[in-house]
Design a protein around this ligand. Structure first.
Ligand SMILES: [Zn+2]
Length: 306
């Protein structure tokens, strides 16, 4: 009798697997129809910087080229950009900076999102909303290239940005007469351990959560694509995934040179939160906005992952 049991078990297992695979195929067809996907749009990069400057505990011999990215989400209710990256007018915008800051934050390989869209015959009018994680210059520069899109931020973020000086905020990026500013507040609906959230289209595909600290109203953005795979775009809470993995802030050297965070303590708390999240959700890909090493595993525009 004992010898037969494993056989029965394996028949049951095969039947179960068959059932599961039929179900997952059916799910995939439905989800493919809803067509939610995304691409990283690389609009430029920062100059070479030792990792030790970017993240506490980083190597001083590992030279990094942080990326300046936007994210394009395809959604049946209207495409959405997370951040706008460096835009066509960045050179002029950047002249608001002092000489020293122009050296410190110099960018290379400029390739604005709008130019990439034209080249790939992607209609920029499909972009209905731009949701910046925050309004620092390297995330807001391209906003003026999309005057038909609604720009959605928390009021606290907008107020800080309009009052804030260079280098973090460049007013020519924010005071353009054609930009359609819209304001939202997060609701008291918990999402994956975050106490406040906002479901952008009401279908759970794009959900915003509070990551204030780096700036007054920074948001993190959860994205679920058609396959069910989930991503968590965390803005500049840390610049590198190493910061999340090691629960490490930016270096003391950097803090000594320039104030990077609106509220250091609040940002440190958010890094801890992300670190805990990382340890308990290994099925969700965390994407700091600037970590160029992650890009090899993510779809780069005009390629999309669905
Ligand atoms: Zn940034």
């Amino acid at each position: 009798m004992h010898k037969h049991r494993p056989l029965i078990h394996s028949i049951t297992t095969v039947a179960l697997l068959l059932l599961l695979s039929i179900e997952s195929q059916a799910t995939q067809v439905t989800q493919a129809d809803s067509n939610i996907g995304f691409a990283i749009v690389n609009t430029g990069q920062a100059g070479l910087t030792p990792e030790g400057v970017l993240v506490s505990g980083g190597s001083w011999f590992n030279l990094r080229h942080l990326a300046q990215n936007a994210v394009l989400i395809r959604h049946p209710k209207g495409d959405v950009m997370i951040d706008a990256g460096l835009g066509q007018k960045i050179d002029k915008q950047f002249s608001e900076n002092s000489f020293v800051m122009r050296q410190l934050f110099a960018y290379e390989n400029l390739n604005p999102a709008i130019d990439q869209y034209v080249k790939a015959a992607y209609d920029a009018l499909n972009v209905k909303k731009i949701i910046p994680t925050h309004l620092h210059w390297d995330h807001a520069s391209g906003i003026v290239d999309f005057p038909k899109a609604q720009v959605w931020v928390q009021k606290s973020e907008y107020v800080e940005a309009r009052e804030g000086p260079a280098p973090a905020h460049l007013q020519s990026q924010l005071n353009h007469k054609d930009t359609q500013w819209n304001f939202f507040e997060l609701t008291n609906t918990a999402h994956l351990g975050f106490s406040k959230s906002l479901d952008v289209y009401g279908d759970g595909s794009i959900v915003l959560v509070d990551l204030k600290g780096h700036s007054a109203g920074q948001v993190g953005i959860f994205l679920t694509v058609s396959s069910g795979k989930q991503y968590f775009f965390v803005g500049d809470t840390t610049w590198t995934i190493k910061g999340v993995q090691d629960n490490a802030p930016r270096s003391d050297l950097l803090k000594w040179v320039v104030d990077i965070n609106w509220d250091d303590e609040a940002n440190t708390q958010k890094i801890s939160l992300l670190h805990d999240f990382y340890q308990t959700h290994n099925d969700i890909t965390i994407v700091p906005a600037h970590d160029e090493t992650l890009m090899k595993d993510l779809p780069l525009f005009p390629d999309f992952a669905y």
